[in-house]
Design a protein around this ligand. Structure first.
Ligand SMILES: Cc1ncc(COP(=O)(O)O)c(C=O)c1O
Length: 286
């Protein structure tokens, strides 16, 4: 699977810019936007199951929190929600993306800011992932600061970590903090099962408040699986029985390799995947 794919090829239907529909090849915003010039802005990726967006409210809330942390004007969540629903409705099964650009005045964020919403085809997924550990010195690794947890547009460091891992023959990277803590993937959360207990790094370590991770925890607890959120050294995941990657786009994907360690997806992974699917179907009334 190519790591990067041409977005405008994958778009299903129109691209909404401030609610106005454009053909994907005609959709553009200003080169003077600080979203482009400085990576300033925020975004969300949501999953539409047959036209219904999973945990839309949680995504809109996170978008609002990201904007607040970035000192951007409060986004009109209701209107963005309407746009997200409309592209999902037209596209059906898809990934819905919403971006709020910083605008054209770095001293007054939000000036001429553009809100871009579109749906794209769910990309093909590999059966499982091979991950390469990658130290992420830019990550706060437990040191809280104002922007911790903001889903801002500045994803360059994470993207390079993915590219480097792919160049080394892996599917993606697994980010490790400066102090040796296991964090998350560049665009996914990580979890693992050891002795029947589902472990995942705690939000306090400074990882993104992943909506899939939250749903998987809910699903695991719903089937009586013990869940532990904590601060873990990389050895904890290395020594695990089963490992999974979690994200809106990937849902729950088994991890079959981290560096030289290999893992076999087993009963726990199957139970988690089944419970997650059941939770999505229940919440969306599918
Ligand atoms: C750094 C990072 N962690 C975790 C995730 C997973 O978050 P979610 O489940 O909300 O898609 C993402 C998603 O893009 C991410 O970028």
């Amino acid at each position: 699977m190519p790591l990067l794919y041409a977005w405008h090829m994958a778009v299903v239907g129109s691209v909404l810019i401030d609610g106005e529909p454009f053909a994907p090849e005609d959709a553009s915003i200003s080169v003077f936007d600080i979203g482009f010039q400085r990576g300033y802005g925020c975004f969300e990726a949501m999953r539409s199951y047959g036209g219904s967006i999973f945990r839309l409210e949680a995504h809109l809330e996170r978008l609002g929190r990201s904007a607040a942390k970035l000192h951007m004007p409060e986004p009109d969540r209701e209107t963005i929600g309407v746009w997200c629903r409309s592209v999902a409705d037209a596209a059906g099964e898809s990934v819905v993306r919403a971006f709020i650009s910083g605008g054209t005045d770095a001293k007054a964020p939000g000036t001429n800011s553009r809100i871009v919403v579109f749906a794209e085809a769910v990309p093909p997924m590999p059966e499982a992932l091979a991950l390469q550990t990658s130290v992420a010195p830019w990550h706060t690794d437990g040191e809280w600061f104002e922007l911790t947890g903001a889903k801002g547009l500045s994803y360059g460091f994470n993207l390079v970590a993915s590219l480097v891992a792919v160049q080394a023959g892996f599917d993606d990277a697994l980010l490790i903090g400066r102090r040796g803590h296991v964090l998350e993937g560049p665009t996914f959360s990580i979890g693992w099962v050891s002795d029947g207990i589902f472990h995942t790094p705690a939000i306090e370590i400074g990882i993104l408040e992943s909506i899939t991770r939250r749903a998987v925890i809910d699903a695991a607890e719903g089937i009586g699986m013990t869940v532990r959120e904590g601060i873990y050294n990389v050895e904890a995941v290395m020594d695990a029985d089963e490992v999974v990657a979690m994200s809106t786009v990937r849902e729950i994907l088994p991890v079959t390799r981290i560096d030289l360690e290999t893992y076999r997806p087993g009963v726990a992974t199957s139970r988690l995947r089944e419970a997650f699917t059941a939770l999505v179907e229940r919440e969306l009334g599918l």
